[in-house]
Design a protein around this ligand. Structure first.
Ligand SMILES: *Cc1c(COP(=O)(O)O)cnc(C)c1O
Length: 228
């Protein structure tokens, strides 16, 4: 399938989820996760009207930056080794996997002067050992500590739900992330406006939209896993 056809199907599902939940379609942004596909496929997504591209590894991130910069917002969605921050800090527009202070310290150190990096704090809502992220009970303290790194702005929260055959089963995870986001917003931290919820992938984005996602990260269903 070409990206345009995939996108129109996904678009319909998002609009249906918006009407079920009374949400405004314009509050939801689709990130095409291009980690399995070529630069050409990423450019096809841009041509289809996608304006957010997501990558989770350094090499792919640099390739897609070369090809797509200036044409789309670039999102780094994977876990990032601290020493690699310097390679993308001035290239990527959003970081979705802030899960430790060491990373914030490195952003602070490597950011060009007055540069602010919008980050999502990754939360391990499901508590699976295999998943990265701050534990929900540690989130507020973690976000308080981030005020010491003015280069880092907490733009929102991110989570990955466990894979479920029935996506409905992921709902409690997404709902919990929204509740955590609402709690942080109430604190009115100037370094943590925390407006965004980055949640929902190919399997479960419709449920995530119903629960308040502002960024859905879609790879397989949108650009596929190995297109030329
Ligand atoms: C790969 C990946 C996605 C996209 O997953 P699909 O199931 O292919 O849609 C989303 N978020 C992150 C962090 C990923 O690594």
């Amino acid at each position: 399938m070409n990206v345009k056809e995939n996108l129109s199907r996904i678009e319909q599902e998002i609009q249906a989820a918006c009407s079920r939940s009374g949400r405004d379609r314009s509050d939801i942004h689709i990130i095409a996760v291009t980690k399995y596909v070529t630069v050409n496929r990423a450019l096809e997504a841009v041509d289809a009207g996608i304006c957010h591209i997501g990558e989770n590894r350094l090499q792919g991130a640099l390739e897609k930056w070369e090809a797509c910069r200036g044409q789309a917002f670039l999102h780094f969605v994977g876990s990032l080794q601290t020493r690699k921050v310097k390679d993308i800090v001035d290239k990527y527009d959003y970081f979705h996997s802030l899960d430790r202070l060491g990373l914030a310290r490195e952003f602070q150190k490597r950011s060009p002067e007055n540069h602010i990096v919008p980050c999502m704090v990754q939360v391990n809502v499901s508590g699976e050992d295999s998943k990265a992220g701050v534990a929900p009970q540690d989130l507020e303290g973690f976000i308080e500590d981030l005020k010491n790194y003015p280069a880092v702005q907490v733009a929102g929260l991110m989570t990955m739900a466990p894979f479920e055959e029935d996506p409905e089963q992921t709902r409690p995870v997404f709902r919990k992330l929204r509740e955590l986001r609402d709690d942080i917003q109430k604190q009115q931290y100037s370094h943590a406006p925390c407006n965004h919820l980055s949640m929902g992938m190919s399997n479960d984005f419709a449920v995530a939209v119903e629960e308040g996602a502002t960024f859905v990260r879609i790879g397989t269903d949108l650009v596929g896993t190995r297109h030329g």
